[in-house]
Design a protein around this ligand. Sequence first.
Ligand code: PHB
Length: 606
Amino acid sequence: MPSNVSPAVGGGAGTRAGTATSTDVPAEAVAPLMRGISVLRRLTDADGVASLSGLERATGLARSTVDRITATLARMGYVRLDGRDAVLAPRLMELGNAYLAALRLPRLLDSHADALADELDESVSLAVGDLDGVRFIHQATRRRAMSLSFRIGDLLPAERTAPGPLFATEWDERDWSRWRTRRAGDPEDRRFPAVPARSRPLDDGSGDDGSGDDAGRSTGDGDGDGDFERRTAEARETGWALDDQLIEQGLVALSVPVRDPRSGRIACVVSVVSHTSRHTAGDLRDSVLPRLRTAVAAMEEELRAELNGGLNAELNEGLNAELDESSRGSRPAGPAPRTGLALWTGASKQELGREFIESLARGLTVFTAFGEGRPELTLTQVAQATGLARATARRALITLEHLGYVATHDRVFRLTPRVLGLGFPPLSRLSLAQIADPHLTTLSQRLQDSASLAVLAGDDVQYTARAATRGIMSINVTVGTRLPAYATSLGRVILADRPDHPLPALPRLTPRTLTDQDQLKAVLERVRQDGYALVDGELEEGLRSIAAPVRDRDGRVVAAVNVAMHSSRRTPERCVTEVLPELRRATQDIETDLHVAGRFSRVPYV
Ligand code: PHB
């Protein structure tokens, strides 16, 4: 990450960076909050993992400061400490979720974007303007051999994108001047880790890029200043814009803005993204523009309907959703529900002492005051929602505004798209297996037995993650292994949630295998009621296992976790009394992470 964007905080103990612009920093800014955020940004730009010594170097903070910050973030559930590394944890996505929920656009428009992607069989994204950049708030990605796809939260330089010129039609002189200053100071786009560095201008002026018209790039410096201004003028005329390989050779995109029904201003931009192996920029426009415009009209209609219909209902719903969110799941390491915040930070301080930085923890909870139905809050409302003292909330807001995460006008505060830069890009790509991994490791270490995650694949369960113990006798399954669902605890837990799933023939695998369909149905009903399955020697003699379900945000069982062992290790009774509570703790932790991660991005289950 470029040091000139990272908030290198001057003045405090442990700051060594020479780039601190202490003159700009408001006197009331909370230095530990600034430092904590610079660590989160660094971790985000490093794709979610960095060594503690790497963080020390990149942020210019003293090692003891990095240690205290990461210990505090770990306590909040925002990072995990893994040996010498700090790793971003899914819980951190609650900050970006607060922004996306407050914005409302993903909830209203994501399904439209997904349907368009399915229909066109091309990637479709939604983006908002973020100062002189473009930031993605949704991605409906087609997986292709040749594709570079961006993630929710990725920031692109406006002039190298299709949405950029559309947003720039609304820029004022200050915005243009900010853009020129950035271009001059960062000619290679080093401040944008999501894009390949700008090398030579892509367009050599030969004009043989296949767009075959004047809509794409002009001659000369294809993404130079003049060119962007010209593209912006064209976008103002036509209402659409193209990216003809400005980010990378082969990548083409066509964008149309979605306008806010109230203000008429651009709420977000929809892009259809393709590759020159399928479409030149010119034919992308010719073939897709009409359909894209229809989709945008439907999206604008959705915004209008919401505006007319749902204002009051939405407010109540929003508040309830907020309360649900904070009380959902177990939060052993995470922030307590807002009203208990003072207690939670106090207890954390007691437990961790000097290692816990209360002002950082409190400052970060300010983000979570915002959300669905709560896009704009006064200082008083922020203090109420977080349980922070007014003075504390005020200093945190001043700090976050200084760093660009909060914008204010007329004494109300709102979150900015930059909040997505705190963890979203790497975390929004995690699969369920990756989310589960650290929890399986903890479970396996606690019990000294192997723990696995599996999903249903036809009539089988397929292992997708596993933490194995090293014993003389170990159970021979690896990620990817498939076993017949009916004869495994994993499979029964999932089948119990799918009463309509047709049961296959049930061959006898051991003398104990349950082979009667009606008996199996009764067992599955029991499993559904108990919330776990115990299978004893039905798959293989001497193999005993117990499994519990993993549910998505809607309560559907999407996977199962088991602990498996040789039957000599524990009696079935001890499996229930000793293993099950640990197993449930693990599935709850996985669910908490999955529900945060799955709120605005689709978590792949395999
Ligand atoms: C994308 O959604 O990946 C995308 C959108 C617009 C661009 C480039 C990429 O100009």
